[in-house]
Design a protein around this ligand. Structure first.
Ligand SMILES: *Cc1c(COP(=O)(O)O)cnc(C)c1O
Length: 399
């Protein structure tokens, strides 16, 4: 058998369907955010503006954060040195977990090497505590939640996205005394819509279910101190587990959960993706502490973030593009064709140095291909106006 032909065929299909992924080769430049150097195939380097970074607040280059990382590098060296259980718990991890618990006003918190790992470890742990649990999952949940649920091998039911009638229908179909967990996100990052968290918690109370929220696209960005939508909506104490990342609004890498001590202890004890993997480097934990502390104290960054997102939405509306009705900082411009999405992105880059990644299947459903813009507080009004101006010229040219 010629195994290699199978790989070749798969790649050919991806390319034919417009779903072959091409990574932009970038070098981010401290002090120039959101600009970066792009290394092109012909060996040349051009400066581009990134419109699709998940470093939503520019914290990955914040000088306070970088100082904290330099300090920890000089103190502790490069890696963590082990898993959390075997020599890899650094004092910075403990400090960070205390800070996250305080931030979320919850008893306890646990950190992970990524938000993905946090979902994988935490969601799979529930099945080890409750053998007959059913996990009730929003149909638009992120892949890391789906994989976490799968890894637990428990029963699973899907409810229609943010649809409370459908959620109630599912909850009602189980006996009151059967263990249940509702798993959902706050900000859905591809559409920019937000879950009705209070309503979900009310239904959870009514049908005696636990709740698990992924706040990944809200951490650092919503609420008085920036912990997320649960803070904004004043429901932080109602969730069984709040999960988040340090990789997006916080600007670095790593994930976390926060909740009651007993629940967090169980994830610490049963979450294989947590137990069997080396912990995050102390440099990162130290940087996360500085970044979270900074975000807690700088509400004006969140105000500026929302203002620039609204500005971009308004500018796009003026030229009549199809925007999804996002109620968050995410600006999804619908193209509905993978080749056209790729073409528009390529032209924006080639002509004007605007970098935006086309979002294609399987990240979104076929026919829902889009350009997803995420302006930050560091994208100026002039940058936004120029982007939309350039976009219109390209659109008129190729469509
Ligand atoms: C990015 C993302 C994750 C994974 O977080 P990482 O820290 O990047 O691993 C989890 N959930 C959602 C909704 C995400 O968008």
């Amino acid at each position: 058998m010629n195994y290699n032909n199978f790989f070749k065929e798969k790649i050919k299909t991806l390319k034919a369907d417009g779903n072959f992924r091409i990574f932009a080769d970038l070098k981010r430049k401290v002090g120039k955010f959101p600009k970066a150097d792009m290394y092109k195939d012909d060996g040349s380097i051009v400066e581009v503006i990134s419109w699709c970074a998940n470093d939503y607040m520019g914290m990955g280059q914040n000088s306070v954060v970088l100082q904290a990382m330099h300090k920890a590098l000089d103190e502790c060296g490069g890696g963590a040195g082990g898993t959390r259980n075997i020599s890899g718990t650094n004092h910075y991890h403990i400090e960070l977990e205390k800070l996250v618990a305080t931030w979320y006003k919850r008893e306890s918190a646990l950190t992970f090497t990524s938000g993905y790992t946090a979902n994988l470890a935490a969601l799979s742990s529930f099945a080890k505590v409750f053998q007959d649990i059913v996990i009730i999952s929003d149909e638009k949940n992120h892949n890391s939640m789906i994989e976490g649920i799968k890894a637990g091998r428990s029963e699973k039911t899907i409810f229609k996205h943010n649809n409370m009638e459908d959620l109630e229908r599912v909850l009602k179909s189980y006996p009151l005394d059967k263990p249940k967990l509702i798993a959902f996100e706050s900000v859905y990052s591809m559409d920019g819509d937000i879950a009705p968290i209070k309503e979900i918690c009310d239904l959870a109370d009514k049908y005696q279910a636990m709740t698990y929220i992924d706040e990944v696209h809200a951490v650092g960005m919503y609420g008085e101190t920036g912990s997320g939508i649960c803070e904004r909506d004043n429901v932080r104490d109602r969730l069984t587990i709040i999960q988040g990342t340090f990789a997006k609004g916080v600007g670095l890498v790593g994930g976390f959960i926060a909740g009651d001590s007993e629940v967090v202890e169980c994830v610490r004890s049963f979450g294989n993706a947590f137990i069997f993997s080396t912990s995050m480097p102390p440099i990162i934990a130290s940087g996360c502490i500085a970044s979270v502390t900074y975000l807690m104290d700088h509400k004006e960054l969140r105000t500026a973030h929302q203002k620039q997102a609204q500005k971009l939405k308004d500018e796009f509306k003026k030229i009549g593009v199809e925007l999804l009705p996002s109620v968050s900082h995410i600006v999804p411009v619908m193209i509905r064709d993978p080749f056209l999405a790729r073409k528009l992105a390529d032209e924006l880059m080639a002509r004007n140095g605007h970098y935006v990644q086309p979002i294609n299947y399987p990240t979104v459903a076929k026919g829902e291909e889009r350009l997803r813009f995420a302006p930050t507080p560091l994208h100026t009004d002039e940058m936004i106006e120029k982007l939309v101006h350039d976009y219109k010229l390209i659109w008129d040219d190729i469509c």
